[in-house]
Design a protein around this ligand. Structure first.
Ligand code: NAP
Ligand code: GLV
Length: 311
């Protein structure tokens, strides 16, 4: 069995780490690291994150393609994507990281740390942060592997939590909404929106000026999923016209975020560099090797993407 590991060069030794972790779990496999040269052997399994241009066309006989990520948007638009299962990571240590980011955001705005930061920048002693206000109502967009862990963590921390997904989900203590028919109702009661949707044709630019306007005044947007789910110009306008109180953004339409992008210096925006939930090699390699063993046994892999839905 031939496995090819291909990671972007900016990730340093990541490809070697993945290859070693997989070799440890699949001792008889022949594992190669992509060097950027033409692929000159049949590849049974490709393990990749943001594959380089032209790579997918060179693995036409792959029995499965594994992404070292939860999101698969970097693959789905490539017309040369082979017709084999595309398998993503399901949580694999990311849920806990995502939940901790969302908890940080919820406490940040509930306790008024955004206002304290602005006051500090002006050397202004301003004890009125709104800290005695009730906890904001948190709405989680996307109730999949990461959204569910996050919604539960927020609920356990005492926040009123609701969630929105394509199909109706049932989560103890979380008010759930589903589909476009219930989207506006979901937004109207959300003070703090945590986006954990996949980027698909249906979610591309889903959060635009009309959706921001549908949220209560002083609401906050936290995007931990993909930048293109929201319209950046519309978000800036909603922050500048005072409708939205703030935004915490981990993902952007173009990454790295350009040095002159208005988000960097905006008083109401917190920028983090796509670190909300990093891929962890060990739990990731556990999932991928288990799935390779499943396929070799003739079973379906767990976490295969629905190619029609795009996630
Ligand atoms: P997932 O398990 O596939 O869950 C996706 C959720 O979104 C599901 O609840 C799904 O609804 C819902 N959804 C999809 N399309 C929808 C639509 N058109 N309308 C309403 N709901 C829709 O994904 P995940 O593992 O939780 O990951 C979510 C995303 O997080 C990834 O795709 C990735 O982009 C992002 N991510 C970011 C980072 C980071 O560091 N910033 C790290 C990891 C992941 P159903 O439940 O009905 O299927
Ligand atoms: C990271 O963004 C991921 O999709 O895992």
């Amino acid at each position: 069995m031939h496995i090819l590991v291909s990671m972007p060069s900016h990730q340093g030794d990541k490809a070697r780490d993945w290859a070693q972790a997989l070799q440890h779990r699949l001792p008889t496999a022949q594992i190669a690291i992509d060097t950027g040269a033409p692929v000159d052997q049949t590849v049974d399994y490709l393990v990749t994150w943001q594959p380089r241009a032209g790579l997918l066309a060179q693995v036409p006989n792959a029995r499965a393609i594994f992404t070292a990520s939860a999101g698969v948007d970097a693959l789905m638009n490539d017309p040369t994507l082979p017709h084999c299962p595309v398998v993503r990571l399901c949580d694999a240590g990311m849920g806990d990281q995502m939940a901790s980011f969302a908890l940080y955001a919820a406490f940040h705005y509930w306790r008024g740390f955004d206002r304290m930061r602005v006051a500090q920048n002006r050397a202004s002693w301003s004890p009125d942060t709104g800290a005695v206000a009730p906890r904001p109502s948190v709405g989680v967009l996307g109730l999949g592997a990461l959204g569910q862990v996050t919604a539960r963590a927020l609920r356990e921390a005492g926040f009123p939590v609701s969630g929105w997904s394509r199909r109706k989900r049932d989560i103890d203590g979380v008010s759930t909404y589903a589909g476009s028919a219930e989207f506006e109702e979901f937004l109207a009661q959300t003070n703090l929106l945590i986006c954990l949707l996949p980027l698909t044709p249906d979610t591309h630019h889903l959060l635009d000026h009309a959706r921001f306007a549908a949220m209560p005044r002083e609401a906050v947007v936290v995007n931990l999923a993909r930048g293109d789910i929201l319209v950046e110009g519309d978000l800036l306008a909603a922050l500048d016209n005072g409708h939205l109180r703030g935004a915490m953004l981990d993902v952007f339409a173009t990454e790295p975020l350009a040095e002159d992008h208005p988000f960097w210096a905006h008083e109401k925006v917190v920028v983090t560099p796509h670190i909300a939930a990093e891929t962890l090699v060990e739990p990731g390699a556990d999932q991928i090797s288990d799935n390779i063993n499943r396929i070799e046994r003739g079973d379906k892999p767990l976490g295969a993407v629905d190619r029609d839905a795009g996630y």
